[in-house]
Design a binder for this molecule. Structure first.
Ligand code: ADP
Ligand code: MG
Length: 695
């Protein structure tokens, strides 16, 4: 019965082929190759596991302080208690008096002498043989035992098809040139070694994944990734996209008095910063090429990415093509819509708005003008790709806060914005800097432009960390702040488990603050509000009809109210690095000195303490992103979490940075000199996951 169930559970874990099982590598090992006497096991102490054996001389079920089973075993040297806080009747039988058992666990000083708590126990003869390799412990999911996985892996390693799948094909000469001091085993022996390391293996380097066997596997994995990224890069260059050179360069400017591009520069109430100028010329160059741009515009919160996107849109519209701007949230998309209206409407640009919350009729109308080409600039949420939208002549897609879209969504965007005839240019924007290692791996086919300068007149934000116990003091400070004619945000925490609870705490804060600050108008905005309601509150805040805005994290990105220069964040300990950085970026946009108060409730975990401290000390988005990466891993940073597929399974981008460069070189050489091997390598490593690398 169990053997019938096991394969399906394994299949659910994706372990459905000998190759998949071979690549399901252990997360750690247990050493069952060594057998100690009880005396020696006791001497080893409580911090290292030990294996010993003996005859059961006592087996008692106690009821105090709680129900538990205590079994005593004995050998010629000592006695040892085994304590089980949960146990089955079958275990009582397994450890009946007189049975000889082999046990493994850590020995500690118990109340009644030395003991192991919940050891692994097997009833075996005293002379039962010991394994001669370390016992692998595999990443498992609920409902699959180690025994089942071990058995399946052992079987897979013997499968004849695996010889073929793991065959060596990296040219020796190439490897010797790239890595002269190469002590790596072949792939096949590396994999076998990792599943069944000999008793004397260097377990430290196995655990830390720095062992040559690990290096070999990591290198192969990175190589596959580098190859597919380079290929994506080459494929993109082969594709056609309309080329949009600057209008007067081509003498196209005859039908219009002035291009949208020039018009926009004229109506802007400010001059571009040097950094904005620079990135715009990089983008402008891309747009003039006849293959699609794939560029990330990176700039810290408030650095002024929007206007650069607007310039790109203007260029495209000058050539009679449409431009679309897509943002991950309704509020953010709306802000873009309002901004674009402000800049472009006087120039006669037809702007369309599309979001999921539009009424059916409005939606149909928007779709119509997008489809017949009347709309030149289209702004919206991912409704732009979800709804049945077809663009008359899309030349540019701008995707704001691109990391907030999942991998699947990004793929969909790419598939939707292209057509068979031509691909549109793509500009992604993000305030989250991509650390170098990440840029070299996941984003190798992405050109990056960086705005590394804030518009003039920005004041640094002073960040304070304050205990929740001083809430009244904070409210007092808020009072005098608002009295100066300034505005403020009060941010309530995200409560992931319960939206209802989140709303409740926000409402409570709102009521408390309304009472405490009778001279001012307090507003409340949260995720449950309808789009129009949200927009109305935001508009009132922008117009200073509301002085204090109580909000859940819906204001996380993009909101722009320069007169609001104070932000209080409640339960700041519950937020991640990126969230606080984004939130804090809402202030410091006007001429007033800006303050961000991070209120925290005790007890504070070490991680939260460090996080708040870092956030107080720096507002450098790059430093914060690096910290974030080391904490969370790239999956979350990339928004790949929901895809469930970690693309690099064995590589740690920080630990193994040097391997990335090596893999990059090897990928170049393989593509140039051994194109025939490339396909096989990709298939081996990526299989169905290859798609994801293109997103
Ligand atoms: P982000 O990069 O975070 O998206 P925005 O594009 O929203 O930043 O710009 C933040 C604010 O700075 C906006 O109010 C915008 O109008 C203003 N801004 C942008 N560029 C400049 C500039 N060169 N000089 C002055 N203000 C600018
Ligand atoms: Mg923005």
């Amino acid at each position: 019965m169990t053997t019938k169930q096991a394969p399906s559970t394994l299949q659910k874990m994706g372990l459905d082929s000998p190759m998949a099982l071979a690549l399901h590598l252990p997360s750690r090992y247990e050493n069952e190759t060594e057998l100690l006497t009880i005396e020696e096991a006791i001497a080893r102490g409580r911090f290292a596991s030990a294996q010993t054996q003996g005859i059961v001389i006592r087996n008692k079920v106690l009821f105090r302080p709680r129900r538990q089973m205590v079994v005593t075993i004995e050998d010629e040297t000592e006695t040892l208690n085994l304590r089980f806080l949960n146990f089955y009747p079958s275990q009582q039988k397994q450890m009946a008096v007189g049975v000889h058992v082999r046990v493994r666990g850590e020995v500690r000083d118990g109340f009644q002498g030395s003991e192991m708590v919940h050891p692994t126990v097997r009833a075996v003869a005293p002379d039962a043989p010991l394994p001669n390799s370390l016992t692998p412990v595999y990443p498992a999911s609920v409902g699959v035992s180690q025994t089942v996985i071990r058995k399946a892996v052992t079987q897979a390693l013997r499968d004849p098809s695996l010889q073929e799948s793991l065959a060596e094909f990296l040219p020796k000469k190439l490897m010797a040139e790239l890595l002269p001091s190469n002590d790596w085993p072949s792939l096949q022996s590396a994999i076998t070694y990792l599943h069944q390391p000999p008793a004397d293996a260097n377990t430290q380097s196995l655990l830390e994944r720095t062992h040559p066997a690990w290096r070999r596997v990591q290198f192969e994995e990175l190589l596959a990734q580098q190859i597919s990224l380079k290929r994506a890069h080459a494929i993109r260059r082969e594709r056609n996209a309309p080329s949009f050179a600057k209008a007067q360069d081509e003498g196209k400017n005859t039908t219009k008095e002035q291009s949208f591009e020039e018009g926009l520069l004229r109506v802007l109430p400010f001059k571009l910063t040097n950094a904005q100028d620079r990135v715009w010329s990089e983008i402008s160059k891309d747009l003039s090429k006849s293959f699609p741009m794939n560029r990330l515009l990176q700039g810290d919160v408030g650095s002024g990415k929007t206007v650069v996107a607007a310039l790109a849109a203007a260029r495209v519209m000058d050539h009679g093509y449409q431009a679309a701007i897509m943002a991950p949230t309704e509020i953010l998309a709306e802000q873009h819509y309002l901004k674009m209206k402000e800049w472009f409407e006087t120039l006669g640009v037809k702007i369309a708005w599309l979001s999921g919350s539009l009424k059916a009729k409005e939606k149909r109308l928007a779709q119509e003008v997008i489809e017949n080409g009347q709309a030149q600039l289209i702004i919206g949420t991912h409704a732009l790709i979800q709804e049945n939208v077809s663009f008359a002549k899309l030349g540019l897609a701008v995707i704001d806060e691109q990391h907030r879209f999942g991998v699947r969504q990004r793929l969909e965007i790419q598939q939707r914005v292209g057509s068979e005839l031509f691909y549109c240019h793509q500009l992604m924007m993000s305030a989250t800097p991509i650390p170098r290692t990440l840029a070299m791996t996941y984003y190798a086919d992405l050109d990056v432009s960086v705005i590394d300068e804030l518009p003039p007149g920005r004041k640094p934000i002073a960040t304070k960390v304050v205990k929740a116990g001083r809430r009244d003091e904070v409210i007092g400070g808020l009072q005098s702040w608002l009295s100066k004619g300034l505005q403020a945000y009060w941010v309530c925490p995200l409560i992931e488990e319960s939206e209802a609870l989140q709303l409740q705490t926000a409402t409570e804060s709102f009521e408390q603050l309304t009472q405490a600050l009778p001279d001012f108008k307090v507003g409340l905005v949260h995720g449950r509000l309808k789009a129009e309601e949200k927009a109305a509150v935001m508009a009132a805040f922008k117009a200073n009809e509301i002085q204090l805005l109580v909000a859940t994290t819906v204001i996380e990105v993009g909101v722009d109210v320069p007169n609001a220069a104070l932000m209080v964040i409640e339960h700041a300990e519950r937020f991640g690095y990126a969230q606080i950085h984004q939130l804090r970026g809402r202030v410091g946009r006007g001429s007033a000195d800006s303050v961000c108060i991070l209120m925290y409730a005790e007890p504070l975990s070490m991680a939260a303490k460090e996080r708040l401290q870092t956030l107080r000390e720096t507002s450098d988005g790059f430093v914060i992103a690096e910290r974030d990466l080391s904490l969370r891993g790239p999956g979350e940073l990339l928004g790949a979490k929901q895809s469930g597929d970690a693309m690099l399974r064995f590589v740690d981008l920080q630990r193994d940075a040097w391997l990335i460069e090596l893999a990059q070189q090897a990928a170049d050489r393989l593509l140039a000199e051994h194109a025939d091997l490339v396909e096989r390598h990709l298939e081996r490593w990526l299989g169905s996951r290859a798609e994801f690398l293109k997103a």
